[in-house]
Design a protein around this ligand. Structure first.
Ligand SMILES: NC(=O)c1ccc[n+]([C@@H]2O[C@H](COP(=O)([O-])OP(=O)(O)OC[C@H]3O[C@@H](n4cnc5c(N)ncnc54)[C@H](OP(=O)(O)O)[C@@H]3O)[C@@H](O)[C@H]2O)c1
Length: 241
């Protein structure tokens, strides 16, 4: 997606996006190395490194500081690494572009990692009515709820889900759905309590969750618009203009 956009702008070759695979163990060393790499403009950070990145680089934008995670890094001429977080705005922009409304919506968010945290703060910023956060590791859901509540004291934020609840939008912000044998992040019966099901997972684009939601006649939103909506902003942040 990035290289296509660079090509359309006639600067593919001046800049190029390359995949780099780094283990969590080697990630701190990798980040140190980036400071020395003079022809490195920046990087898009993906799972599972977004939260770790926020603690390893030199400066965070206010958005990244609020979320506590980074999805884009830029290297300044002096070697300093600066990070921002665009996942949340990308997610909301993707929804709005598809004609959905966040303002006033009751939302179920599953996940409490880098992407889900960014989405939680962006949904709060864009005026959702309530936010229920669920996560496999309950402590992380509670900590994220607390941080969102602190930043948006008037927003109804909870970690309690009830079978009788109804949600305008349910979001999968976990990595469940990337593997064929993954469990559904939202149970079949609970999908029935939600009007729109949105997934962050990009590959496969049509996850089991979205397939099940479509079978139940629900509106769906794949993970691709979330990334597409932030691609131009990512390149701009890295100076690839
Ligand atoms: N469309 C886009 O533009 C876009 C942007 C960003 C991310 N994403 C996608 O969003 C997903 C999450 O990315 P991330 O960066 O937030 O990753 P992350 O920080 O590593 O967080 C992973 C999340 O998934 C949960 N999880 C992982 N394995 C699980 C399992 N077996 N059962 C239940 N929960 C599980 C984790 O729960 P615990 O806290 O319990 O570990 C955590 O909430 C990935 O699929 C990523 O590709 C898409």
């Amino acid at each position: 997606m990035a290289n296509t956009l660079l090509g359309e702008r006639g600067i593919l070759g001046v800049f190029v996006m390359l995949p780099m695979q780094v283990s969590a163990e080697d990630f701190p060393t990798f980040i140190t190395g980036l400071r020395a790499l003079k022809n490195f403009g920046g990087a898009v950070v993906s799972m599972p490194h977004k939260i770790a990145t926020a603690n390893l680089i030199d400066e965070l934008t206010p958005e990244a500081r609020l979320v506590g995670a980074v999805n884009v890094i830029r290297r300044n001429g002096d070697g300093c690494l600066i990070g921002t977080m665009l996942d949340g705005e990308g997610f909301v922009s993707g929804l709005v572009a598809a004609g959905h409304c966040v303002k006033g919506a009751r939302i179920l968010l599953v996940g409490a990692g880098g992407a889900a945290s960014a989405i939680a703060f962006a949904l709060a910023k864009h005026g959702c009515a309530s936010l229920c956060i669920q996560n496999r590791t309950l402590d992380r859901a509670s900590a994220l709820s607390e941080r969102v509540r602190h930043a948006y004291p008037h927003l109804e934020v909870s970690t309690a889900i009830q079978a009788t609840s109804h949600y305008d939008i349910a979001v999968n912000g976990t990595s469940l759905g990337m593997k064929a044998d993954d469990d559904l992040p939202i149970s079949k019966s609970f999908i029935g309590c939600c009007d729109l099901i949105a997934d962050c997972v990009i590959a496969p684009e049509m996850t089991k969750l979205l397939q099940e939601a479509a079978n139940q006649g629900k509106a769906i939103q794949t993970g691709v618009p979330m990334l597409a909506a932030q691609m131009a902003l990512m390149l701009a942040f890295m100076g690839a203009e």
